[in-house]
Design a protein around this ligand. Structure first.
Ligand code: 5GP
Ligand code: MG
Ligand code: MG
Length: 184
């Protein structure tokens, strides 16, 4: 499909699947089923996190509910600036709920720190993060991310929800792009 654009496969479809199951099992242990706070509320950050969120939700052995937010961080198409704007807010109040932010990737961590601050002001019962991917720069932020699928090198990746100029989200694996794609 995009064979000529992909330089290498970093994480295969099978590896994503297996790691998602492991993450789901370890996350589920932290949440009581039938709690007065209600089902665990997954908050997906559009659009990149949808593929991971739907697979992760189905791998979780506990009931969950799902909400979505869309944010844009001003910057170029390959790096973020930390100035975040809400494009689509949550439809529901999250006060008193156990909330788990589901992220595709943490790079500078600026988007996530902003989101954590924003959501914690809405008084959830708990607020945690699960991310499929994390890059080295993320260590510089003070957000404690308990569950990380894969730590990856500082390279721009696409696939499994992640785009370059809105393309490649539909790739079933995580890969890197040929330099010619950026220059064309
Ligand atoms: P941060 O604020 O942590 O620097 O960046 C978060 C957002 O930047 C991600 O949700 C994603 O949209 C984008 N991003 C960061 N690194 C990559 C990458 O390697 N590939 C793609 N496609 N997007 C990335
Ligand atoms: Mg994201
Ligand atoms: Mg993007």
């Amino acid at each position: 499909m995009y064979e000529n654009d992909i330089a290498s496969v970093l994480i295969s479809e099978e590896e994503i699947k297996q790691r998602t199951t492991e993450l789901a099992q370890s996350v589920a242990k932290r949440y009581p089923v039938g709690a007065p706070e209600g089902d665990l509320l997954l908050i997906g950050v559009l659009k990149g996190a949808i593929f991971f969120m739907t697979d992760f939700a189905r791998a979780l052995p506990i009931p969950t509910q799902m909400e979505f937010m869309a944010v844009s961080s001003y910057g170029s198409s390959t790096s973020s600036s930390g100035v975040v704007r809400i494009l689509k807010d949550l439809d529901k109040d999250i006060a008193g709920r156990h909330v788990l932010i589901v992220e595709d990737i943490i790079d500078s961590g600026l988007t996530l720190s902003w989101l954590m601050r924003n959501l914690s002001q809405r008084n959830p019962a708990s607020l945690e993060v699960v991310t499929l991917l994390r890059k080295p720069d993320a260590v510089k932020i003070d957000v404690d991310v308990a569950d990380v699928g894969f730590d990856i090198p500082n390279e721009f990746v696409v696939g499994y929800g992640l785009d370059y100029d809105e393309r490649y989200r539909d790739l079933p694996y995580i890969g890197t792009l040929h330099p010619k794609v950026y220059s064309s």
